[in-house]
Design a protein around this ligand. Sequence first.
Ligand SMILES: *Cc1c(COP(=O)(O)O)cnc(C)c1O
Length: 362
Amino acid sequence: MPRPIEALIHRDALSHNLARARAAAGGARVFAVVKANAYGHGIERVYEALRGADGFALLDLAEASTLRALGWRGPVLLLEGTFDARDLETCSRLNLWHTVHHDAQIDWLSRHKTQQPHRVFLKLNSGMNRLGFAPLSFRSAWARLEALPQVDEITLMSHFADADGERGVAAQLAVFEQAAADLPGERTLANSAALLRHAGTTAADWVRPGIMVYGSAPDHPEYDATHWGLQPAMTLRARLIAVQTLAAGAAVGYGGQFVAPQALRIGVVACGYADGYPRLAPTGTPVLVDGVRTRTVGRVSMDMIAVDLTPVPQAEAGSEVTLWGRGPRDSLLPIDEVAHAAGTVGYELMCALASRVPVHLD
Ligand SMILES: *Cc1c(COP(=O)(O)O)cnc(C)c1O
C-alpha cells in the first residue's frame, strides 16, 4: 500500500470560485492566474475547470507552452514579460501577450522579427516598487512601444501592494490614473484582494484573480474564504499510522517541546514537512481527525506530525486526517487557518505541496 497521504484537487470548487471572480468583476474580462503551476494545483489538473476564463496569466514560458499544448487558443499573458530577447520568438510562436516593465524589453522588441505584431501590457510602478516604469517615464515608454511595428495593442497595467490591507488601493490608483490619463488602451489592475474589496474602482477591462480561484481568502484573518463565498480547491489528507498513550510529563517529538500536562492519547500522522506541511506550525495548529477539529502537538518532523486525540477518542491507526481542505461529513479546515498558525499565507502552503504527494482529481 502506498503511504497514506494524498492531495485532492476539487474541480467543482475551481469552477465555483472562477464564477465568483467573474461575478465580482462586473463586466471586466477575467485572467485566471495560473503561475507557479496553478499555485501548486497543477496546470493540467485545473485547466478543464478554468477554461471558462477569458485568459490565463502566468510567468513561466514553459507553463505557457503547457497551456497551448492543452489546446488553449485564447489569451495567455506573461506577467513578468520576456527574460531575454529570444523569449520573443516563443511569444510570436505561441501568440503570448507579454508585460513590458523595463527598457531592455522594449529594445529587444525593437530588434525582433515577427510576422504578427505583439499585444503588450505596459506596466506602471504605481508604488509597489517591484516591477514597472516610474510614473515619469511611463509615457515615453508608451510612445516608444507605440512607434514599433512589432507592437499591436498596448494595455496599461499596474499591481497593488496593499489591496488586502489597511492602506488599500487609493494612493496607487491615483498614481495610475494620472500616469495613464488620456493614453488609449485597455487597463488591468486588480488581483484577488482588489477584486473582492475594491472592485468598484479597480475592475477596469481585465482582472487578474489568482488566490481566490483556489479558494483562499487574500485578506485572512480579517475575512475568511467562506465570507467571500470561496471553496477550497485543494485538500491535503493523510491517515494516522500510530497511536500513543502518554503519561503526564511525557514529551512528544524532536526536542521534546510538547510535554503532556496529563495523560493524553496522541495520533501520529503520515505527513511532515517533506510533504509540504509547514515545519514552523506550532503546537495548537488546527487539524481534523475523522472530521473532528483538534490540534497538532510537538514539532513537525520530515514525515510525521503528532495530533491530540482528546476530542476524537474513537480515533485509531487508519483514521483519516485532514491537514487542510475538505474533510469527511462536510467538515472543512481552511488552508488559511493552518497558514496563519504557521506564520505564513495560504499561497505558500499551496505552492509548497511536495512532489512526493500523489495528487488526485475530484
Ligand atoms: C500573482 C499575481 C496576480 C494574482 O494575485 P492574487 O493575489 O493571487 O490574486 C495578479 N497580478 C500579478 C501581476 C501577479 O503577479
